[in-house]
Design a protein around this ligand. Structure first.
Ligand SMILES: Cc1ncc(COP(=O)(O)O)c(C=O)c1O
Length: 321
């Protein structure tokens, strides 16, 4: 999978006993994120079993372009034993008039190797309900069915009934002046992104640089250069929980010679405790031992009405930050 990744992937992969290899993404000076396909190609071999892609991507908000999908497709052709897990839970949220492109729709060959994952929770802003579905060839969907049966057995039935009733309508009926409910939601979050970008420029002390996001719920903020502005206590490592000797899932460790946490954890702690702003450190989205991990990003949720970012209380809060 590409790194930074949606953090659940690593737990599931480690739990299944898989050996995880990650491929870096990087942001250029313009705060636009890119995939390192060369690293991907060089890491794959005849033993590689599955690659997880996220499109649109969490946490970077990147949507895959036709050229990127083609490059990826060409690489996958060289490793025909490899299945693609295509997580598209944000496919309904393209910003700025973009069009979502799906890897498995490119060819019969791609379709045959891909399991597409969708989340009703994400589509209806009810994340945590754990209602979703997979689309793909019978053999792969069948495998997903066995995992689901063993892992959760059943989803909440009222939620499933509600989704069954609303899904078609949400695509086909006009909503609040938009062609459908999803177009309306995308417009709300796009406006939320735009106001969030303006808001973070108003801070007086901490400096943020917003990534250029194209979709989704989140926006990474580059926090480099703020090292001196965060009180030293937020860098101190508090290892106040016990290891579980039986688990296969690795806990997060930051062992460096100073016993400190990386900048993004320190900033996230500081903002939560002193400024009432809760966000996610991007170190969390990479394996501990990663050579590519970025410690200079936090992830802000923009999945809210723009009015929340223009609210005077919020504006005051940022001005004092
Ligand atoms: C990329 C990605 N996939 C899957 C999920 C899971 O979504 P849910 O559990 O709400 O269905 C999330 C949630 O944040 C996500 O970001």
């Amino acid at each position: 999978m590409f790194e930074p990744y949606y953090s659940q992937y690593i737990n599931c992969a480690e739990f299944s006993g898989a050996e995880v290899v990650t491929h870096p993404m990087w942001a250029d000076d313009n705060q636009e994120w890119h995939f390192d396909f060369k690293h991907l190609e060089e890491s794959l071999d005849a033993t590689s079993k599955i690659i997880i892609i996220t499109n649109p991507h969490n946490p970077t908000g990147r949507m895959w372009t036709q050229e990127e999908l083609q490059r990826f497709s060409d690489i996958m052709d060289k490793f025909p034993q490899c299945t693609v897990l295509n997580d598209e839970v944000y496919f309904h949220l393209p910003f700025d008039g973009r069009k979502h492109l799906c890897f498995s729709n490119m060819s019969e060959k791609n379709w045959a190797k891909t399991l597409n994952v969708h989340s009703a929770g994400k589509m209806f802003n009810a994340t945590g309900w754990k209602i979703g579905w997979t689309i793909g060839p019978k053999e792969l969907v069948h495998q997903a069915f066995f995992v689901h049966e063993a892992a959760c057995f059943n989803c909440n039935v009222p939620g499933q009934v509600a989704m069954g009733r609303v899904l078609e309508r949400a695509f086909t009926q006009e909503y609040e002046g938009y062609p459908n409910y999803f177009a309306w939601t995308a417009a709300q979050f796009q406006a939320g992104r735009d106001e969030a970008v303006k808001l973070i420029e108003t801070t007086t002390n901490i400096k943020f640089k917003a990534s250029k996001i194209e979709s989704g719920y989140f926006m990474p903020l580059d926090i480099s250069g703020n090292e001196d502005k965060i009180p030293a206590k937020y860098f101190v490592l508090n290892g106040n929980y016990e290891e579980d000797p039986d688990t296969k899932v690795k806990s997060m460790k930051f062992g460096n010679e100073f016993d400190t946490v990386p900048l993004d954890f320190a900033v996230a702690r500081y903002l939560a405790v002193e400024k009432g702003l809760s966000c996610m450190p991007i170190t969390n989205f990479a394996p501990f031992e990663s050579k590519h991990a970025k410690h200079n990003y936090i992830r802000l949720a923009i999945c809210r009405p723009a009015a929340q970012f223009t609210d005077p209380v919020m504006q005051e809060k940022f001005k004092k930050m």
